[in-house]
Structures are given as structure tokens and as C-alpha cells.
Design a protein around this ligand. Structure first.
Ligand SMILES: [Mg+2]
Length: 110
């Protein structure tokens, strides 16, 4: 997945529709949370077992995939519009998490 190419594609998509004025960091963060809620709604009230099997059915799996994609698309746009290098931020956060939560026995995260 080429993150920067996807971000360019999203900017072009928005520009072609004159949506740039609406793509402020605040609005993108809000849209991200709305999409996360739509994803959550698919799992709402399911038992743990039902949630694990939700994606067995093709139509259900497509709905889950659509919402996961919506979340990622807004996350990509939010990172783009806030100047956050997503790949760098993810790698830095993984390293921070490894330092914060060391493996029992002292193995190092690489
Ligand atoms: Mg959605």
C-alpha cells in the first residue's frame, strides 16, 4: 500500500468535487469517528463468538470491509491535512509501545 499515493488520490477526489473547504482537521477527525462508529455498529450486541463469525457471510464481510476502509480513508486524509507522516508516526509509536510494554524476559523490540 502506497500511503502517499492514496493521500494524493484522496486530495484529487476531494478537489474534483470542491470538497477541500470541508476537509479541515476538525471535520476529518469527526468524520473518522463517525466511520469508526459505523464499524462498531456492525458488532454491537453480538456475542464474542458471533463477532468472530460475522465475516463468514460474504455480504457481512463486505460491510465490515467497507467500514474499515472508510476509517482508513479518513485517517489517511487527517494525517495528510495535519502534516503527519503516517508511516513514520506508526513506526515511532510501535517503538514507544515496545518500550512501554516490554516482553517478559527482557526481549527487545526491533
Ligand atoms: Mg461508512
Amino acid at each position: 500500500m502506497d500511503v502517499k499515493a492514496l493521500q494524493r488520490q484522496l486530495r484529487d477526489f476531494a478537489a474534483a468535487r470542491d470538497w477541500q473547504p470541508y476537509h479541515t482537521p476538525k471535520n476529518l477527525a469527526m468524520a473518522l469517528m463517525v466511520e469508526a462508529a459505523e464499524l462498531l455498529e456492525l458488532f454491537q450486541w453480538l456475542t464474542p463468538e458471533e463477532s468472530r463469525s460475522l465475516t463468514i457471510d460474504v455480504a457481512d464481510k463486505e460491510r465490515v470491509a467497507d467500514e474499515i476502509a472508510d476509517v482508513l480513508l479518513y485517517l489517511l486524509q487527517l494525517a495528510d491535512h495535519t502534516g503527519v507522516d503516517l508511516e513514520q508516526a506508526v513506526l515511532a509509536k510501535l517503538a514507544k509501545n515496545a518500550r512501554k510494554h516490554p516482553v517478559a524476559g527482557g526481549r527487545e523490540y526491533k
